[in-house]
Design a protein around this ligand. Sequence first.
Ligand code: HEC
Length: 205
Amino acid sequence: MRRALLLIGLLAIVWIVIPGLPHEWGLRFGLLYRGFFSALLVAALLFYALLRRRPARGLPSPARALAGIVLVYLGTVGTLVAIGIVYPQFEVPRATRGQEEVARAEVRGKELFVALGCIGCHSVKTMGVRGGTRAPDLSGIGKRGATRIPGVPAQEYVREHIKRGSSPGYYMVPGYPPIMPPFGALLSQEKLNDLLAYLMAAREE
Ligand code: HEC
């Protein structure tokens, strides 16, 4: 009876606790693994029950004992290897395609930030970019940008600022010289998007 309760408790861990673990831990066992764990638990308890029975009369001959040990060993290792081949890895959640694409756009954006010379005037400290100090540090621009022109979202504001540069017809950050050149004619839509992906990812200081 006690053993049955123990078995139920352990099975509950395998089937209820493990699947309920937080996603971020990356510990995910699929059906096959959980089935395997359950089988192991049942086998372990059966084995324990066997041990508790009174010893069998008459020991087997050494040759038979040895054969038994080898068989059990080969059986266990063989099963584990077979399972390993069929089901080679833990199910670690992978980055989705969308996330990979965003990460690639950010990398291209950073390259553009250097290649276009933004770095000559701007730093982005939270991205580890130590550039010029003649212009505002762009860390956190994804948030701050939304406060520049009422009603204009950060992304739109930054896109326009990059296109127009310091132009009297658009918002200019007070306290800085109006020296930013307009990049609108230099940048394709894709490049502009990459730059934006990079800048929007720069968190605040
Ligand atoms: C010659 C120097 C210079 C270069 C090169 C330059 N900028 Fe600027 N940038 C400035 C200055 C100065 C300001 C602040 C005055 C203003 O708003 O025009 C500014 C403002 C900005 C702002 C607004 C920041 C805020 O806090 O609102 C953004 C966004 C920006 N730049 C992005 C870029 C990007 C991206 C590049 C490269 C494609 C770039 N800048 C190249 C000088 C430069």
